[in-house]
Design a protein around this ligand. Sequence first.
Ligand SMILES: Cc1cc2nc3c(=O)[nH]c(=O)nc-3n(C[C@H](O)[C@H](O)[C@H](O)COP(=O)(O)OP(=O)(O)OC[C@H]3O[C@@H](n4cnc5c(N)ncnc54)[C@H](O)[C@@H]3O)c2cc1C
Ligand code: FES
Length: 230
Amino acid sequence: MATIISNRRVAEGIYVIHAAGRFEAKAGQFFMVRGWESYPLLSRPLSVYDQNEHGVKFLYKVAGEGTERLSRMRAGEELTLLGPLGNGFPAAEGRTALVGGGIGIAPLFYTARHLEQADLYLGYSVEVYEEQEFRSIGHPVTINCGGRVLDGIDFDEYDTIFVCGPEPMLRAAQLKSNLSSGRAHVYLSLENRMACGIGACLVCSVGCEQGRKKACSEGPVFRAEEVVLA
Ligand SMILES: Cc1cc2nc3c(=O)[nH]c(=O)nc-3n(C[C@H](O)[C@H](O)[C@H](O)COP(=O)(O)OP(=O)(O)OC[C@H]3O[C@@H](n4cnc5c(N)ncnc54)[C@H](O)[C@@H]3O)c2cc1C
Ligand code: FES
């Protein structure tokens, strides 16, 4: 159990929940999170937004019943956290871009904090949030609100690119990667539906070059060229 330190609304339907405890997550990993006893049955996967000696933070969007319940929780209440889970992002080499679309910006904050250099590209559909937090890291930040964040990025300028966002954006990143010179190693962080989060149920199965893989235990980060997006 992890006691909630705060749960603050940062935009319409968007919250940052901070839970106490000592965790050792790598950038790009996630936890299965729940703030209830038996219903809903499943915990919800949330990426590590930030982590320090006091606890772990999750940036989340209210999407349905589970995240709506989370949004109503208060400081002092208890979360159940399973994790850290998943492979996380690999070590970034050379010039690096971190690209997030919508709530897909969540895993990029902690990732950026641990990189000496990175260009951050953050895409929002309606309302910009957590901009000052991202800018406080000290890396260049490009904000795109209402457009397509990928359009402004030349993949050939980078050696490593991490992308997290909705599936159409991941497909666009894959296409851009295919059409580029191949200089950049492009990695996609998938947000497949999950149930167990630990490789036991196959709900999160994703088509890959060498057959199907489990997004929870063999992902959620995959090389752009290995994963087959629907
Ligand atoms: C590895 C990973 C990391 C994620 N990180 C974040 C994050 O940092 N912030 C954030 O806001 N969201 C994140 N998501 C998406 C988030 O898990 C879903 O929005 C959430 O589970 C929806 O639950 P709900 O009960 O509110 O909605 P419901 O639609 O009621 O959920 C019903 C069921 O579907 C599953 N589900 C629904 N949508 C998704 C989805 N997009 N991805 C995975 N499972 C889904 C739920 O786990 C649940 O089992 C992540 C998903 C994955 C797989
Ligand atoms: S969510 Fe059960 S195997 Fe991945």
